[in-house]
Design a protein around this ligand. Structure first.
Ligand SMILES: [Zn+2]
Ligand SMILES: [Zn+2]
Length: 165
């Protein structure tokens, strides 16, 4: 699948390479395995398990299983502001950033960033730079928090809109 219509009416496509739609997302567990590989060339990096797209117009996030044309999860942007350190998750659970990273952290790169990174790795082998945002998922309600890496405060909160699992 290379294009679909977002709920907001925007047509999103990953036909352009690299593009601003696709995200490379790994769980913390998968990422730790990747870091163990002595990565010299981009093609040694295992492919992501789920295809994740983000609509640049409304910021909805779609999660697809490989080969499946229907999204298994759709997230919608709920809030976009800084949160106080004492605030928990919107569902009432503790804030995911206070939980162990292994249970909550997602490693997410935009396709354009990923493309540039892999190209650099081919020229000069080195470890991956961390993604721009510290992305955490609440294990209770599955809300996703994109936290500013420097101050650890949420800049964007995404809530599950559709769940077909
Ligand atoms: Zn949209
Ligand atoms: Zn929650």
């Amino acid at each position: 699948m290379a294009r679909t219509e977002c709920t907001c009416g925007n047509l999103i496509s990953t036909m352009e390479v690299p593009n601003d739609i696709e995200l490379w997302v790994y769980t913390d567990k998968e990422w730790q395995e990747i870091l163990k590989i002595d990565i010299i060339e981009g093609y040694l990096i295992p492919d992501y398990k789920y295809s994740v797209w983000r609509c640049p117009a409304c910021e909805r996030v779609y999660v697809f299983e490989s080969g499946n044309y229907r999204a298994i999860k759709v997230y919608a942007l709920e809030e976009s502001h800084y949160m106080d350190d004492t605030e928990g998750c919107r569902c009432g659970a503790v804030h995911p950033k206070t939980l162990p990273p292994g249970d909550t952290r997602l490693w997410a790169y935009k396709d354009r960033e990923w493309d540039a990174m892999v190209e650099e790795l081919m020229v000069e082998p080195r470890k991956f730079p961390p993604p721009k945002y510290d992305v955490r998922r609440c294990p209770d309600c599955e809300r996703i928090y994109a936290l500013d890496r420097l101050d650890g405060k949420a800049v964007k909160v995404y809530a599950l809109e559709e769940d077909d699992v």
